[in-house]
Design a protein around this ligand. Structure first.
Ligand code: HEM
Length: 65
């Protein structure tokens, strides 16, 4: 058993929520979501076959970062 599992999940959720709240995201160079490859590489953690490239920009006032 992992004694930190519950804390780990909370940290992951909180980190993702912070990123979604703090930044707008878009694909580079007017790339359409339909052409994004969702292929995966089989293995222990199933990573993407091709890295996701995203352009992020702050959406909150500077003093909040
Ligand atoms: C989502 C996040 C996490 C995942 C997926 C995870 C996964 C695991 C796994 C698979 C094990 C081995 C369990 C076993 O032997 O049956 C383990 C053990 C352990 N984890 Fe995590 N873990 C996470 C977060 C954390 C955090 C945040 C901490 C500490 C703050 C932590 C501390 C430990 C410790 C001390 C053990 C060894 C327990 C023992 O063998 O006595 N883990 N974890």
């Amino acid at each position: 058993m992992c004694p930190g599992y519950s804390l780990g999940l909370k940290l992951i959720r909180s980190s993702i929520a912070n990123m979604l709240h703090g930044f707008n995201r878009k694909l580079p160079e007017n790339m359409k979501p339909e052409v994004l490859s969702m292929d995966e590489v089989y293995g222990l953690a199933t990573p993407r076959k091709f890295p996701l490239v995203a352009v992020v920009e702050p959406r909150l006032p500077n003093h909040l970062y």
